[in-house]
Write a protein that binds this ligand. Sequence first.
Ligand SMILES: *Cc1c(COP(=O)(O)O)cnc(C)c1O
Length: 467
Amino acid sequence: MLNPAPAARRALPAVDRLLGTEAVLALIAQYGRTRITATLRAALDAERERLAQDGAAPYDETGFLQRCAAQLACTSAPSLKPVFNLTGTVLHTNLGRAVMPESAAKAVYAAMTRPVNLEFDLDGGARGERDSHVERWLHELTGGEKAVAVNNNAAAVYLVLNTLGLKREVLVSRGELIEIGGAFRIPDIMSRAGVKLVEVGTTNRTHLKDFAEAITPRTAAIMKVHTSNYVVQGFTAAVPEADLATLAHQHNLPFLVDLGSGSLINLEDYGIPHERTPRETLADGADVVTFSGDKLLGGPQAGLIVGRKDLMACIAKNPMKRSLRLDKMTLTALDAVLRLYLHPEKLREELPALRLLTRDRDDIAAQAARVQPALAAALGGHWRVEITDCKSQIGSGALPVDSMPSCGLAIAPAEKKGNLNKLAAALRALPVPVIGHIRDGTLTLDLRCLDHEDEFVTQLQHLKASR
Ligand SMILES: *Cc1c(COP(=O)(O)O)cnc(C)c1O
């Protein structure tokens, strides 16, 4: 520990005096006396050490208090905040997947700030069922007799397997032993759910007879898993769902389908390749279907389970349901989003995920032309900013090989010396961080998901300041 020179030590103010200054009183109004006092004490200690060093610049109160204010602003800022998703991946898992409609946000606000009939039957005045709020919409939209909603689709798959397959065997094709996002692997979920996985067929080809031969008295179910984030191409064979359902039912076994994304509408009507719906899957004979709330459905993070009444009753009664259930905010948002589907004519307009997924390339190109001059001006002469064609992806493992024509801004160094990683970091440091992607010496901002265009342009001035 260095010993401050007596003169320097004397130059430092007491905390009590600082607390009375006008600048600090303003900080107290914002952050409170407790936090300010602690911050000043720590900053004065650091200052004392600094002054003990040879040749240290003398204490400057204005600069000192400015640094304290900046530190407070930094350490008090929320960690989770809005960003601009210009990655080109619409349902980006790391950026919170689906953006939700205003109607859902308003409903959630009310549910957060007031008591709600979460588990209260307003007709009978007795205890109610929390999933009942979304069950009627899910019944109407999928045809499933009953519905259960849990924290996410991984939880849905877990709950279904644990309920229907505990200590028994579930048959899955080797071509469907998927891994999603690193942490969700069908074999791991199976073993954690207490189910023995029986792999059937081969990676590229699985036939009905493979399943038939694998059925034993220990078999609890046949399961099909949507190969969300990859495709097997070439010499392949998979068993149609209807045939698997028939086989399962001949042996009195339930047929389970994990659909993954599970769109509730025919995406082809909107110019996007078809993704099987829960309704089609149930109609083909599936007994229980699981899918996500925040993928193509465009709602909050949730896992939805729909299907046969008797099986669903067992799933709802599993004690683990309590650990996986939805809270009132998510249920409220889900209710609001599902109700939009009752009015399909307005869905594209009302549901942000669908609006962004189906945005016209020309519309995006027009936006690129509006935004390009502002970005070029903010970045200055060291960077070239060009309007470029690009391809957006749906994301979250839906239709992994399909892409939508889009338009964006490609940023590249005008001379050789611009550092793209530094530029990307500067964009991420903006008040509303801008996230693009770097490939082949270019930082591309795909504008498909650029809402709040004015805010985007206005905050570019901060780039000039940091240039
Ligand atoms: C995405 C996905 C999951 C996991 O769903 P989450 O909602 O992210 O938990 C499970 N199965 C399949 C087939 C998926 O595509």
